[in-house]
Design a protein around this ligand. Structure first.
Ligand code: GUN
Length: 283
């Protein structure tokens, strides 16, 4: 039976550290500020945005939120970003993805000043993650690394397999593991004999977006299993990519969904906003 990795506990711990640091910063006259921008009516995005606002409050940040209608034009959105770029109360800008189809997400991400890009989606920040000299952590992968650290799980010299090659999770996840000296394999929809690759993993990270995708035959006895998936079952309940019931009997550690990686993403966003505020003072 595996040990459950409690993302809520770890994220609370991290947010409390951030709150304390923020208090000190505020005493010196600097309040970290985050702007969250939502365009359209995606119901999952609305929940994420609400959670991000609540986290800002908990950490003592200034937060500004913009809920724009679905028909907002790209020019209007770029205008708002330009105003936020110029606003010195705002240290971090987050535009919730996905954006409506008529808006070019790449153009939006590029418009955010790299020093305010707390998602680390801007090409400059993506490049810096690759080089290992980044100021901003890619939020979800960094959250996974924090969970491993908190539970004393070292990846150095170990086989880590990431399923999924997205720009938000799979690719930056592989980079952070590599920076910590893991031997990393990225699997995807074209990987031949996926189970034979995933069975090599000491640490298996799934970011696929399919319910019950990772089954026991894909997992080595005693592996650490991290589930980044957020899916909805037929019953309407949230679930991850991993068939938790069966895989938890084989893994040494496993993250649940909800309550695993999800809360960590927001904690890392708060960390990036604090970092952005601290760096703004130095420039
Ligand atoms: N949509 C899903 N995850 C994320 C994220 O980490 N950042 C943003 N901006 N949008 C998302």
């Amino acid at each position: 039976m595996s040990r459950i990795i409690d993302g809520k506990e770890v994220s609370s711990y991290i947010k409390e550290q951030i709150r304390k640091k923020t208090e000190k910063l505020k005493n010196k006259g600097l309040t970290p500020g985050l702007a969250v921008v939502l365009v359209g009516n995606d119901s999952a995005s609305k929940v994420y945005v609400r959670n991000k606002k609540a986290a800002c409050e908990l950490c003592g940040f200034y937060s500004a939120s913009y809920e724009l209608p679905e028909e907002t034009t790209q020019a209007q959105l770029l205008e708002l970003i330009a105003a936020l770029n110029a606003d010195n109360r705002i240290h971090g800008i987050l535009v919730q993805m996905p954006l409506p189809a008529h808006i070019d997400a790449d153009a939006v991400v590029k418009a955010i000043l790299p020093e305010k890009d707390v998602d680390a989606f801007n090409p400059e920040n993506v490049g810096r993650i690759m080089l290992g000299n980044h100021s901003f952590l890619p939020c979800t992968p960094a959250g996974v690394m924090e969970l491993l650290k908190y539970y004393g799980i070292s990846v150095s010299g170990r086989e880590c397999v990431v399923i999924g090659r997205s720009n938000i999770v799979g690719k930056p996840m592989a980079m952070l593991l590599l920076h910590d000296n893991a031997t990393v394999t990225i699997c995807h929809s074209k990987t031949a004999d996926l189970a034979s690759v995933t069975r090599r993993a000491d640490v298996l990270i799934s970011a696929v977006g399919k319910k019950a995708f990772v089954t026991t035959d894909m997992v080595k006895e005693g592996a650490v299993v991290i589930d980044v998936g957020i899916n909805r079952g037929e019953d309407g309940k949230l679930c991850g990519d991993v068939d938790f019931e069966s895989v938890s009997k084989k893994a040494s550690y496993i993250t649940p969904v909800p309550g695993g990686v999800g809360p960590m993403t927001i904690a890392m966003l708060m960390q990036n906003t604090l970092t952005a505020a601290e760096l703004s003072k130095r420039s």
